[in-house]
Design a protein around this ligand. Structure first.
Ligand code: NAD
Length: 481
């Protein structure tokens, strides 16, 4: 790969590319080398003011609502086609600022294009109800936008996670201020370029890159914001919710996970191990719905752990740009966090079947793929999110015990069941507290299937037709004739 990204990047406010109020920049590091690759204008709370004001003006002049729903849909298709032409550049940027593999980077663009086309296609199909009230009266509902939607995105999948919220907001007539993640903002800047090229009205979509503690917090608390979509950790989510509560602003919260794959005694062991391994080692485990726990029937526990270790050891560690399958963690800070939690696991008495520490490399933030065995449900490593390539394996004896362990964390994002018995699969799926349940695979579904959390994993849904309903409020109009 010979690609060298542009050195300086800016924020998009009111249709113009701008530096931040203080002229400072955030240095973007390549997590595979620790080297700086670019600088992004640092947005400050003053820039939040400008961006929210631009979004407010765009909403007041009905920048999106003045378009027919079909025109809004076509606009999403136009953004998609501009984005598609940038596939290789974005894929390489995702390797460089995010540590993704090239294949994963290309998939992120394809996925984003799908979101744009899916919600573009729905723009003219969000219909209200006509409610019969009797003679002389006509009553119907409309889906009204909230106004200015503030969106805050984490670093692990900024392009699809950010773009799906932006397009749901725009097709429903809202306007947007999105704060991109400070560690990996570049792909969303390309998305903003595609929006400008496609003709998204100035101010309807504003993109700012800044740190969370000042700029993110200022955005969440801004009095000009009518709606919040937050994707990130539970702790930050609670802060955002406190700010939102002050002004009773509705939120969609997409938070963390500690998702369990249950492997019943009759499961196809090879299939279950390969799918569970894909579920935890893809993007080095930095996926909210990663299969970070495997609960395995005691009769096949040893064989399953051995299969997971073989899966872990088959993955080549290295930069995604060089074709390796297991890329780096996003930062030195994240690598320290994951490694420290591994040592907690060892101190708690869990046994390392493989991995457990950073990979022996001279540069970059690489973690060994790690499998813990002999883990008990109350251990911290069975309760806390690593957000790294670390899976904990717990044995169980009965299906009820498996469900109890799976449901026994604060989280409820995703879950999986492996069995050849359809009745047992459905019995288990019915009892799992999770927004998505996969049977005999991990990540069944996609853009079309509603995704979101139960318990501390959040509320509201992204993806699927359900997502659009999170961007509108029902207004009832009653007419006496
Ligand atoms: P994080 O909570 O640290 O940061 C997320 C975003 O919030 C960043 O843009 C950050 O700048 C911003 N932020 C930080 N402090 C803020 C504040 N006080 N006010 C407003 N914004 C603030 O999370 P992270 O470490 O970047 O991402 C990892 C977490 O995200 C994991 O817990 C993961 O499970 C979760 N996640 C969830 C989903 C989902 O769809 N459920 C998807 C991806 C990631």
């Amino acid at each position: 790969m010979t690609f060298a990204p542009q050195r300086r990047w800016r924020n998009l406010i009111d249709g113009e590319w701008r530096d931040g109020a203080t002229g400072e920049h955030i240095v973007i590091l390549n997590p595979a080398s620790g080297e700086p690759i670019a600088e992004v204008a640092r947005a400050m709370p003053q820039d939040v003011e400008l961006a929210v004001a631009a979004a407010r003006r765009a909403f007041e002049r009905r920048a999106m609502l003045a378009l027919t729903p079909a025109e809004r849909g076509r606009l999403m298709f136009d953004i998609a086609s501009k984005l598609r032409t940038m596939t290789e550049e974005i894929a390489e940027l995702e390797c460089l600022d995010n540590g993704k593999t090239l294949a994963n980077g290309r998939n992120e663009v394809a996925l984003t294009v799908r979101y744009l086309e899916y919600y573009g296609g729905m723009a003219d199909k969000l219909e209200g109800r006509q409610i019969p009230l009797g003679d002389g009266l006509v009553d119907f509902t409309v889906h009204a936008p909230f106004g200015v939607s503030a969106q805050i995105v984490p670093w692990n999948g900024p392009l699809p996670v950010g773009a799906r919220s932006v397009c749901c907001a725009l097709v429903t007539g809202n306007t947007v201020v999105l704060k991109s993640p400070e560690d990996s903002p570049l792909s969303l800047i390309k998305f903003a370029e595609a929006c400008v090229l496609a003709g998204v009205p100035a101010g309807a979509f504003n993109l700012i890159c800044g740190y969370g503690h000042d700029t993110g917090a200022a955005l969440a608390a801004h009095p000009g914001v009518d709606h919040i979509v937050f994707t990130g950790s539970v702790e930050t989510g609670k802060r955002v919710l406190r700010a939102a509560a002050e002004r009773v602003v509705p939120c969609v919260m997409e938070l963390g996970g500690k998702s369990a794959a249950i492997v019943h005694a009759d499961a196809d062991l090879g299939l279950a191990a390969s799918r569970a391994a894909r579920g935890i080692f893809t993007h080095a485990g930095q996926i909210c719905s990663a299969a970070s726990r495997v609960l395995v029937h005691r009769s096949i526990y040893d064989a399953f752990v051995a299969a997971m270790v073989a899966e872990a050891q088959a993955r080549r560690i290295g930069p995604g740009a060089e074709g390796a399958e297991l890329g780096p963690l996003i930062s030195g800070r994240q690598l320290d966090r994951v490694e420290t939690l591994c040592s907690v696991g060892v101190a708690e008495g869990a046994v390392l079947a493989c991995g457990g520490r950073r990979a022996a490399r001279t540069a970059g933030y690489f973690m060994q793929p790690t499998v813990f065995r002999d883990v008990t449900p109350s251990m911290r490593i069975a309760q806390e999110e690593f957000f790294g390539p670390v899976v904990v394996a717990l044995p169980f004896d009965t299906p009820q015990e498996a469900v109890d362990i799976a449901n026994g964390t604060d989280y409820g994002l995703a879950a999986g069941v492996f069995t050849r018995d359809l009745s047992l699969a459905l019995w288990t799926a019915d009892r799992l507290v999770a927004g998505q349940v996969y049977v005999n695979d991990w990540w069944v579904g996609g853009v079309e299937t509603p995704f979101g959390g139960a318990k501390r994993s959040g509320y509201g849904r992204e993806k699927g037709q359900e997502a659009l309903l999170g961007y509108v409020q029902t207004k009832n109009i009653g007419i006496r004739l």
